[in-house]
Design a protein around this ligand. Structure first.
Ligand code: UD1
Ligand code: UDP
Length: 363
C-alpha cells in the first residue's frame, strides 16, 4: 500500500499555506500525516493556527526550536532524518521558504524520498535574505513544484528546472483567506483593542529591519513619522520585540503594541486597516486580495504581482512618510479589476489533484 503524504510545517506562514492542501487531500481520501518541526512554538505563533484553520493536530512535534541558522538547520536535519523514513512517505510536502522548508527538502532528497514544494519559484534576487537561499535550494531538490504566480515559471526555467515538474496552481494562502473571510470582523477587533476607526497595521520581522540596534532605530524613526499621521497597531513578532522596544517603540505616541495575533483576529485587523506597513511576504498577498494599501518596507519583493496589481508599493524608511500620506489620502488601494490569476480559493484542490495523479503514476 502507498504510504502517506507527509506535510512538513514549522513556522507561522507554513500553517496558513498547508491548511487548504491538507483539507483537499482529506477530501480525496488520501492518507496523510502532519509533521511539525517546532521551529515556531509559542501558542500565538503556532497552536492557535491549528485550532483556527482546522488543520489536523500534528502527528508529531519535533521540538526543534530556535537557534542560529546553523544550529536550527542542523537540528531540523537531524530530527527529520529520523522522523521521515519512519513514516514511509509516498511524498513529502514542504511549504514556503523557511528553514523547515529547506531541511525537509534536503532530508527527503538525500533519503531518496520524493518531495513537493508549495510556493515554488518566488525570487527576490537578494541572497542576503535567508529565505532566498532556502527557496533556491528547495526548488533544485523538488520533484513537484507548485507556483503561485506566472513569473515563477520563468524563474524556475532560468535555473534549469524541468518544466514538467512545475504546476501553476494559484495561491493556497488565499484559499485560507477566502474560506475564513466571513470571520474577519474588523469592528470587533478594533473594539477589543480600543483602536480608533482609522488606523494602520504594522508588522516587521525581517532581519534587515529588526536585528541590529541601528536597523531597529531606523525602523522606529520611520514609524514615529507614520504614527504622526495615523494610529498604528503593531502585533509584534517575537524576533524584533527586544530591539524595537530598546529603540523606543513603546514610547512613540500613537503606537499600540500588541502580542502576535491569531489568524482570524489578525485578518480582521488587516481588513479594517486604512493602510498596512510591513515586511512580511504573506501580508503583501493578503492586502492584495483585501484591497488594503500596503507599504512594504523592503528594497525588493519576491511577490511582484502584488505591486503590478496596484495594492503594494516598496518603500524605504525615508519614503514611508510621503507614501503613507498618499495611501491615506487615496482611501482604498488602487487595484486592477481582476485579482492575480488563479488566486481564487481553489489552489488546494488543484494541488491535491496534481499530487493524486502524480502518485498514481509514481506510486
Ligand atoms: C521565520 C522565517 C521567516 C518567516 C518567519 C515567519 C527562517 C529563516 N525564517 O523567521 O522566513 O518570515 O519565520 O514568521 O526560517 N521566537 C519566539 N517564539 C516562537 C518562535 C520564534 O520567541 O514561537 C523568537 C526566538 O527568539 C527566535 C526568533 O523568534 O530566535 C526567530 O525565530 P526563527 O524561527 O529563527 O525565525 P523567524 O524570524 O521567526
Ligand atoms: N499572521 C497572523 N498574526 C500575526 C501576524 C501574521 O495570523 O500577528 C499571519 C498572516 O496570515 C500572515 C502569516 O501569518 O500572512 C505569515 O506571517 P509572517 O509575516 O510571520 O510570515 P511571512 O509571510 O513573512 O513569511
Amino acid at each position: 500500500m502507498l504510504g502517506p503524504v507527509v506535510h512538513v510545517v514549522g513556522a507561522r506562514p507554513n500553517f496558513v499555506k498547508a491548511a487548504p492542501v491538507v483539507a483537499a487531500l482529506i477530501a480525496e481520501g488520501r492518507p496523510q500525516s502532519v509533521v511539525h518541526t517546532g521551529q515556531h512554538y509559542d501558542e500565538r505563533m503556532s497552536h492557535v493556527f491549528f485550532r483556527e484553520l482546522g488543520l489536523p493536530r500534528p502527528d508529531v512535534d519535533l521540538g526543534v526550536g530556535s537557534g542560529s541558522h546553523a544550529q536550527q538547520t542542523a537540528a531540523l536535519l537531524t530530527a527529520l532524518e529520523k522522523e521521515l523514513p519512519a513514516r514511509a512517505p509516498a511524498l513529502v510536502v514542504a511549504y514556503g521558504d523557511v528553514n523547515s522548508t529547506l531541511a525537509a527538502a534536503l532530508v527527503a532528497a538525500k533519503l531518496g524520498l520524493p518531495v513537493a514544494h508549495v510556493e515554488a519559484g518566488l525570487r527576490s534576487f537578494d541572497m542576503a535574505m535567508p529565505e532566498e537561499v532556502n527557496r533556491r535550494v528547495t526548488d533544485q531538490l523538488a520533484d513537484l513544484l507548485f507556483v503561485t504566480s506566472p513569473e515563477a515559471i520563468g524563474h524556475l526555467a532560468n535555473e534549469g528546472v524541468d518544466p514538467d515538474r512545475v504546476h501553476f496552481v494559484g495561491n493556497p494562502m488565499i484559499d485560507t483567506l477566502m474560506k475564513h473571510l466571513p470571520r474577519f470582523d474588523a469592528r470587533a477587533v478594533r473594539t477589543a483593542h480600543g483602536l480608533p476607526e482609522r488606523y494602520a497595521v504594522v508588522t516587521l520581522h525581517r532581519p534587515a529591519n529588526v536585528d541590529t540596534p541601528a536597523s531597529a532605530a531606523t525602523a522606529v524613526r520611520a514609524l514615529r513619522e507614520a504614527a504622526g499621521q495615523v494610529e498604528l497597531a503593531i502585533p509584534l513578532h517575537p524576533r524584533g520585540r527586544a530591539a524595537l522596544e530598546a529603540a523606543g517603540l513603546s514610547d512613540v505616541a500613537g503606537v499600540r503594541i500588541l502580542d502576535p495575533l491569531g489568524y482570524v483576529e489578525f485578518m480582521g485587523l488587516l481588513r479594517g486597516a486604512a493602510a498596512v506597513i510591513t515586511d512580511s511576504g504573506g501580508v503583501q498577498e493578503e492586502t492584495t486580495v483585501l484591497g488594503v494599501p500596503c507599504l512594504t518596507l523592503r528594497p525588493n519583493t519576491e511577490r511582484p504581482v502584488t505591486v503590478t496589481h496596484g495594492t503594494n508599493r516598496l518603500v524605504s524608511a525615508e519614503t514611508l512618510g510621503p507614501a503613507l500620506r498618499q495611501a491615506l489620502d487615496d482611501g482604498t488601494a488602487a487595484r486592477t479589476a481582476e485579482g492575480p490569476p488563479l488566486w481564487d480559493g481553489r489552489s488546494g484542490a488543484r494541488i491535491a489533484r496534481v499530487i493524486t495523479r502524480w502518485l498514481e503514476r509514481h506510486g
